[in-house]
Design a protein around this ligand. Structure first.
Ligand SMILES: [Zn+2]
Length: 276
């Protein structure tokens, strides 16, 4: 009964209704340490059926309890599939119902600019992290993969933060990583979507699997290979360090706007499986 014992431990210690899965846009700061109105309540790694989890922080912000981890839970020596299973197992056991994700992406079009903010409305998952399922008891309908309440809150927070180039829609093409894509791969993908990254597909699927609402904020950090001549590594590095505080502000503002009791369509897209 190891699973039950672990779950009991999490429920008593780390219960939270909200989560932020950190990505590259908040990686350079010790999010959310030092943010206004944030009170850190706990920090710990959790034993899960899929191995020890990444470090989670539990914090309080505007009366809400929020769990967060860095860089999608990815660590050297742990497969990204295992990392995702660890992260979402912890979120499920903690009772999380609303999840915000963030990340840096490559632009698949010249029309986008670096530092543009995209709130994706759909995705194509080319990652090979298969069997990413925690429950397996539901048919996961992906007609609308992202929670409209979260998307609206993120868009409004971006505008409130003074951002001018905010795209309320966009298709995210998700690859497996860890490397960036080849020119030939991008030539194929540019007809499929607007931005390319490595995290969103598995996270959106697992969020629906555990019955949580999910929304995501993506910042363009470079051009995908072959879209312009050579993309600028110095600017890529500058974005990594200089935009983190602003993204942290947007994520926290978005949380303030979200009411966990607000109605949405997410639950209607998770039906009992007919398979036995
Ligand atoms: Zn929802």
């Amino acid at each position: 009964m190891v699973k039950k014992d672990i779950a009991k431990n999490i429920n008593s210690d780390l219960h939270a209704s909200f989560a932020i899965i950190g990505g590259s846009s908040t990686h350079s700061i010790d999010f959310p340490v030092g943010q206004a109105k944030v009170k850190i309540l706990d920090e710990k790694e959790i034993d899960t059926p899929y191995g020890k989890s990444p470090q989670f922080r539990l914090f309080e912000y505007n009366g809400k309890k929020i769990l967060t981890c860095k860089m999608h839970g990815w660590r050297n020596g742990i497969s990204r599939a295992d990392a995702s299973m660890q992260v979402f197992w912890v979120l499920q056991q903690a009772g999380v119902k609303t999840i915000l994700g963030e990340g840096g992406v490559g632009a698949l079009s010249k029309r986008l600019k670096t530092r543009d903010l995209i709130i994706p409305h759909d995705f194509v998952d080319l990652s090979s992290r298969r069997n990413l399922v925690l429950n397996g008891s539901h048919l996961l309908i992906m007609r609308e993969p992202f929670c409209q309440n979260i998307q609206k809150a993120i868009v409004n927070s971006c505008v409130d933060e003074g951002k001018e180039r905010v795209f309320e829609e966009g298709v995210y093409v998700c690859t497996d990583g860890n490397r960036f894509e080849t020119k030939a791969e991008i030539n194929m993908m540019k007809n499929w979507g607007d931005i390319v990254g490595q995290s969103l597909g598995p996270e959106a699927s697992l969020a629906r699997d555990i019955g949580a609402c999910y929304g995501s904020l993506q910042m363009v950090v470079n051009y995908a290979e072959g879209i312009v001549g050579q993309w600028d590594y110095d600017e890529f590095k500058d974005i990594f360090f200089s935009e983190s505080q602003s993204i942290a502000n947007i994520l926290l503002k978005s949380l303030s706007l979200l009411d966990e009791k607000a109605s949405c369509q997410c639950a209607n897209q998770r039906k009992k499986s007919l398979l036995k």
